[in-house]
Structures are given as structure tokens and as C-alpha cells.
Design a protein around this ligand. Sequence first.
Ligand code: MN
Ligand code: FE2
Length: 315
Amino acid sequence: MAVGLVDGVRSGYKTISGRGLDWDSVPMRLFQKAKRLGTWDPQGIDLSRDGSDWEAMTSVERDFILRTVALFQAGEEGVTTDLLPLIMAVAQEGRLEEEIYLTSFLWEEAKHVELFRRWLDMVPAAHEDLSRFLTASYSHLFLVELPSAMGRLKGDPSPTAQIRAAVTYNMVIEGVLAETGYHGFRQSLETTGKLPGLLEGIRLIARDESRHIRYGVFLLNRLINATPGGWEVMNLRMNELLGPALSVVTEFWDAYDETNPPFGQRMQTYIDFASTQFDKRMKVLERDRGKSLAEIEGSALSDLDQEEAAVELRG
Ligand code: MN
Ligand code: FE2
């Protein structure tokens, strides 16, 4: 018997219907991972050295760090406040395992907000309004495209609207911007050995984000292959957002002298990383194009197995 909502009344519960839980599904596997790796506490990170490192920095270095953290902070608040409509849409379709995974997703985003604000509270300059750091393309993506694509699901949870939402949230905001920002920033801090608390927080955040993106790719794959014209909707949305996403990077660098960049950073490193990661995910969608849900689950699970085996090998 199918269990779900009919006219607002629940006809039963999946977990006692004989169906149970689908333990081997992609979302349940990600949920197990989230419980192992996603329960770190932002309050537990030692920020004592960060304060003295900050004091010793030049004004350009401080500007670079403050601008970056302000953008991370705003972005994490954005993905926290704008995720709920997607969770609602998935829940309404009775996708219990995905809803269970998404509880960890939202909780993790909330902790990311906490981590950055805890760090900013330590810096006197961060108690003023930091919204001057939001450039035109950043504002367009985070203040307009993200909330409108996600908010649309409240009135229109159709697969097409979900595809547009997942491209915006998971592929572009998380997959291109957040991941690139965290990767580049980590590299710049690792070489200097400065701000160890912030670095530790970003390392943990990036690990959480990799699960979010993995779910997003799975979700998109499932939606695209169950929706006539789904591939074209995905492509169109990507093309709408990729230009502004790359402009977020170039507009950030407008503030610095490329011949004498803070921490020896180079903009091109960020651009290259963003396109490599993007290509990797597009290859997964292309590989699975036209496949059934069972086949998509199978290939996503073997990707997860391979990743876990690689992590074990590295120790
Ligand atoms: Mn996050
Ligand atoms: Fe995320």
C-alpha cells in the first residue's frame, strides 16, 4: 500500500508499512556520513591564535581576509535561510530518506553561519556593516537568484522548478562558488600558517559541503531523468548563472593589485578550480543521462564507495 497524504490526511507510516527504510539508498548513506563527520562544534574550535595573527597583518591582508569571510558569512546565511522550500517539496513527495538526510544538511548550514559569526565577533572591524563587500554579481546571485529560485517552490514544486532550484543552490552557489572560495582560501592560509582556527573551521565546512553537493547532483540526476525536457531546463539554468558566478570571482579581485596580491594568491587559480569542479559534475550528469532511477542510485553509490576507499587509502 502506498503511504502518503490524501487531502491533508496521512494514510499511514512508511516505517511500519512493511517497507521500512531504504538503508542502501544514496540519501541514507549520506545521512550516515553526516552523523559521523558533520557533528563537529563551531564553539569547540580554538580561535586564540587567530586574534594575534590578525593583529599582526598588513591592512591589505586584513582587507582580503575580512572581505572573504564577509562573503562566506553572507553566503552561509543565504543557503541556511533559503533551503526550506526544497525540503518541503521533497517531503511532500513522500521521499522519507531524502527528508531525513536534508535535516542534517540544514543543521550543517546553520553551524557554518555560527562558525563565521563567531570568528567575526572576535575582530573589532567586523562589528560595522560589511555589506559594502557584496559586489553586483554576488548580490544578483545571492540576493535575487537564490531566494527566488528556492522560494518559487512554495507555490510551484514541479520537477522543472526543482531542477532550476537545485542548479542554483547545489551546482552554482555550492558547487562553483562556495567550494572554490573554501579551496582557494584554505590554500592561501595553509602556506602562511596563519589563522589556524579559521582554517580548521573551513576544512570542516568544506567536508560538509561535499556531501551537500553530492546530494544535489543525485537530486538533479533523479529529476532530469524523470522529467521530459529536464536536461534542457538544467542546461538553460546553468547558462544563466555561470557568467555571474565567474564575475563574482573577478569582481572580488578588482579590489587587489594582481602583480602584488595578498598571500601571493592568483585569481586564475580560483577560476581554474571552479571550472574543473564544474566539469566533473557535468560529466556525472552526462554519464547518467537517460538512465533509470535504479541505475542512477547504483552509480552514485559506487561513486561513494570509491570515494570512501580513497579516503581510507590516504589514511
Ligand atoms: Mn555551508
Ligand atoms: Fe551546503
